[in-house]
Design a protein around this ligand. Structure first.
Ligand code: G3P
Length: 217
């Protein structure tokens, strides 16, 4: 199972990378905007900075919604670094563009996926990754984890190579449940990854061991 961090924040990316368990980074226009990054050059430089921190898949999202625009933008993004994965929205023009990128060896991440039908289309187009948004489904009283389970079943039925990249993760149990279901990748905020470390018995046990170790001195 691969761990990606879902942020554009360089310090958070560095902190997660330093743990030695980070396989990639996902960003989106909202995460970039949150940091106040403005203008095409600044965006491209920011992606380059991320690629210099993490040697793994780095998703960079297009903002065009027409086929020609997605292709142009995606090809520009792919030129930034060999690890760039072009993130494309789940729309008709996006699926057509994913097919184009797949045929040319450009890696893609089909984003904003909320149903099994959409997941099937992304796999048919040859997307490298498909991003179902768990938390946002939960937010509207749908079962985000159920979608992951259904996608695993469908992809296994046909041996699709598209990797399920569970996104919109809100807490550590989302990560655990995705692992149980067999999602290939999770992308989570740093807080959810760090929360996996926590257990009161670990803290209590360590405290006791260190106290006993004092007796050796
Ligand atoms: O990057 C896509 C996804 O992870 C967004 O998550 O928390 O905005 O629903 P969220």
């Amino acid at each position: 199972m691969k761990f990606f961090i879902d942020t554009a924040h360089l310090d958070e990316i560095k902190e997660a990378a330093a743990l030695g368990i980070l396989d990639g980074v996902t960003t989106n226009p909202s995460l970039m905007a949150k940091l106040g990054i403005k203008g095409k050059d600044a965006v491209i430089n920011h992606y380059r900075a991320i690629c210099n921190i993490v040697n793994g898949a780095i998703s960079a999202e297009v903002i065009s919604t027409n086929y020609e625009g997605i292709i142009k933008e995606g090809e520009e993004l792919a030129k930034i670094h060999p690890n760039i994965v072009v993130k494309v929205p789940m729309i008709k023009e996006g699926i057509k563009a994913i097919k184009y990128f797949t045929e040319r060896g450009i890696k893609t991440n089909c984003t904003l996926v909320f149903s099994t039908g959409q997941a099937l289309l992304a796999a048919k187009a040859g997307a490298t990754y498909v991003s179902p948004f768990l938390g946002r489904l939960d937010d509207v009283s749908s079962d985000g984890l159920q979608l992951i389970g259904d996608m695993v079943q469908i992809y296994n039925n046909y041996l699709f190579e598209t990797q399920i990249l569970a996104a919109s993760i809100r807490h550590p149990m989302h990560i655990i449940e995705c692992a149980k279901m067999g999602a290939d990748v999770i992308t989570a905020p740093l807080s959810a990854i760090i929360a996996l470390f926590n257990h009161p018995l670990t803290d209590k046990g360590l405290e006791a061991f260190l106290k006993d170790a004092e007796k050796w001195k």
